[in-house]
Design a protein around this ligand. Structure first.
Ligand SMILES: NC(=O)c1ccc[n+]([C@@H]2O[C@H](COP(=O)([O-])OP(=O)(O)OC[C@H]3O[C@@H](n4cnc5c(N)ncnc54)[C@H](OP(=O)(O)O)[C@@H]3O)[C@@H](O)[C@H]2O)c1
Length: 157
């Protein structure tokens, strides 16, 4: 599994259940990476988006919520990504904060957009730098950079 996220340097990813920025080219990047792949998200992120994202199998993590057009994941402890990766390629974890915090330790890579402007927020991306290293710089723009991180044993010499 891989995570895909956009955060500010202060780790903000959301404010009041929405993403507080709109950056030209960033949504296109998200679509390009995730299209055709299963995507997994928390119930709050799904409600914030408002509908299943087309062209991708949508997996929504919720203990009690019921939504149509998506696969419902009731328990992350017994969640087996291999079941969904058989035909559609790798799963992308698309947020939000609770879901990143619960699943980052099971991811082997992160596509990280660093948003250069600061925004107020109340949802944050967890610390990951001790377990992942930059493997590729994908894009640099005045508003944001896109970096690819891969799992490593960064603290071991
Ligand atoms: N910048 C970005 O790249 C990005 C990407 C995605 C989201 N976001 C932002 O992140 C914020 C939302 O994050 P969030 O942490 O508040 O919510 P979230 O992670 O999207 O969803 C949390 C919900 O997921 C369900 N859940 C969590 N752990 C579970 C488990 N172990 N088993 C079953 N269900 C579980 C629960 O749903 P139930 O309450 O229904 O049980 C919980 O309320 C929003 O501001 C959104 O805009 C930003």
């Amino acid at each position: 599994m891989k995570a895909i996220v956009a955060m500010t340097r202060n780790r903000v990813i959301g404010q009041n259940n929405r993403i507080p920025w709109r950056l030209r080219g960033e949504q296109g990047w998200f679509k390009e990476v995730t299209m055709g792949h299963p995507i997994l998200m928390g119930r709050k992120t799904f409600e914030s988006i408002g509908k299943p994202l087309p062209g991708r199998r949508n997996l929504v993590v919720t203990r009690t919520g019921n939504f149509t057009g998506v696969d419902l994941i009731r328990d992350l402890r017994t969640f087996d990504p291999a079941v969904y990766e058989l035909d559609g390629g790798e799963i992308f974890i698309i947020g939000g904060a609770e879901i990143y915090a619960a699943l980052l330790h099971r991811c082997d890579g992160i596509y990280l957009t660093i948003v250069k402007e600061e925004f107020a927020g109340n949802a944050y991306f967890p610390e990951f730098e001790s377990e992942f290293k930059i493997s590729q710089t994908i894009r640099n723009t005045p508003e944001f950079d896109i970096l690819c991180y891969t799992r490593c044993s960064c603290n071991e010499q």
